[in-house]
Ligand binder design. Sequence first.
Ligand code: MG
Length: 406
Amino acid sequence: MKGSLPQMLLSLFFKSAMTSFTLHTFALTFLTSAALAEGGFYGDAPDATHPWAIHDMNRPQPMRVEPGTFSSQERPGNPPSDAIILFGGKAEEIEKWQADKKPAEPTQWEVKEGVLQCVPGSGYIRSKEEFADCQLHLEWSAPSKVEGNSQGRGNSGVFLMGQVEVQVLDNYKNPTYADGFASSIYGINPPLVNALHAPGEWQTYDIVFRRPLFKDGQEIDPGYITVFVNGVLTQDHTPLEGGGGHKSRSKSRAFPEKGPLKLQDHGNPVRYRNIWYRPLPKRASEGGEYSRMSEAAVAAKRREIAKDLRQDAAKLEGNAKMYRLLESLCYADDPAARESGLAAARQFIDHLKDTPKEKLESRKGDALTFLKAMDYLIKFKVLPDDFALKATIAEVVKANEWDKKK
Ligand code: MG
């Protein structure tokens, strides 16, 4: 991408805080001319399964997130700007947790020197915050004094939604059953590899969690977990199969809408730090726009985009208005927008024909842009193959040899 003025202004603009809604509206109005030059009538048009064109400048810009910093053994890193912090090292953050009991009561787990530590025998803890699909980051450390073996050494656990355990266990030179290994989905799937540091050192878990989805009692998505241990992939989009458990094979089941994060007391004083999550957008199968949408959802989205473009067109004039209206037809047809866009197109051709010969060369760019738009709209069946204005503009371009590179 070249550093055009609109792009430079945009990048400046992105640096200031703003909501994605404002950003979207802004992008629609501001990018009009840039879109025509760089994006409009460019990539393959929207179709039955894709609401946007390829390289569509109307597609909303990704929301800006300030990245965090990585942790070292000595100190935890900073979370990204949109993370929800469940434990960041402050003593008072123990208030974000409670004993996993009914009725709820304060936890006996302790915060010492910026670290949340399991007090063996006091029971699991759960976050007061409840959530579902997320990117979860946390760091844990098994006791440096090695005691016990197999499942009895540095055992704790991270329970997403309180439902499914990503195992926490000191498996550094400590064999155990593979589906109960550190970062296994406990009782379901072993980790791909053992990437643990020695006990006493900090281990980092980065987890991507998607809960199972059911519709009318039928599973439409089993739910998945992806895990990186110390930056190494250990679970690659592993299906949940009901969430797993001890000894018994779990069956596919619906999870609640949301739930707390639970940390396990398995009798070992495991320590935690730097616990945060970022909620994930809804999947297409639950009405979101993330991942592949249904054809009905695509059609609805295309109508919405077309409507936005027509509202944008109402604020524009001249060629910009004409192109915005014609562009909107690529998403969803509308008789009024079609009539108005084509009337403007006819006017454009009339003006071009009326242009005195000595001034004609100055219209070359406009003519080529118009020809490109006509070609695109015909290619994607927005206009008929024999559309008369296309033939007219092609003749003008040819007569002036504007189609030849100089
Ligand atoms: Mg455990």
